[in-house]
Write a protein that binds this ligand. Structure first.
Ligand SMILES: Nc1nc2c(ncn2[C@@H]2O[C@H](COP(=O)(O)OP(=O)(O)OP(=O)(O)O)[C@@H](O)[C@H]2O)c(=O)[nH]1
Ligand SMILES: [Mg+2]
Length: 156
């Protein structure tokens, strides 16, 4: 079975590690990387999370080779930061489907004012609320992408 490669990005403290604990059974946490695997909609997926701290920006390039999809975490108590926009641009350049997790909804549930070509999923990484729905949305988008490629391949 083909496994999907997902990168998880976002500012430091936005809740990435907390959310991955819900998603992955045995999350490996190191200074420069969180890694875990999970079954989503019966599909195997590898999750790689680069820490938000700027000194680990180099990890983004290492982790983003042959990506299938991405999750960008935004701390909803802070809102959109310049770094968030850079991360979104970084993923958009990779041309892979992604979703935005607007996290910490328990503290601030104000809608995010951002114009992007991706679903924005309200989440609470502590309770896990919204995470399953967000992953399903991402996997649906990745599946559509695959179908698109298949159609192009058939057409040529
Ligand atoms: N209230 C609330 N707190 C949250 C939520 N998600 C994460 N936190 C808290 O926010 C803090 C940071 O969460 P982490 O998961 O460590 O953040 P991170 O994105 O992995 O941060 P880096 O590894 O530094 O990039 C922790 O104290 C969490 O308990 C949430 O949805 N609601
Ligand atoms: Mg972390």
């Amino acid at each position: 079975m083909e496994a999907k490669k997902i990168i998880v990005l976002g500012d430091t403290n936005s809740g990435k590690t907390t959310a991955l604990e819900h998603i992955c059974k045995n999350l490996t946490k190191t200074t420069a990387l969180d890694y875990g695997k999970a079954l989503i909609n019966d599909k195997k997926a590898h999750f790689f999370c680069s820490p938000g701290n700027k000194r680990f920006t180099f990890m983004q390039d290492i982790l983003s080779k042959n990506l299938d999809g991405a999750i960008v975490f935004i701390d909803n108590t802070i809102g959109i930061t310049k770094n968030n926009m850079e991360l979104i641009r970084f993923i958009e350049e990779k041309r892979v489907p992604y979703v935005i997790f607007a996290n910490k909804q328990d503290i601030n549930d104000k809608p995010l004012n951002i114009d992007v070509n991706a679903p924005i999923i309200p989440t609470n990484a502590i309770t896990g609320q919204g995470i399953k729905n967000g992953l399903e949305r991402l996997f649906k988008l990745m599946n559509n992408e695959r179908m698109k490629f298949r159609q192009i391949a058939v057409a040529v």
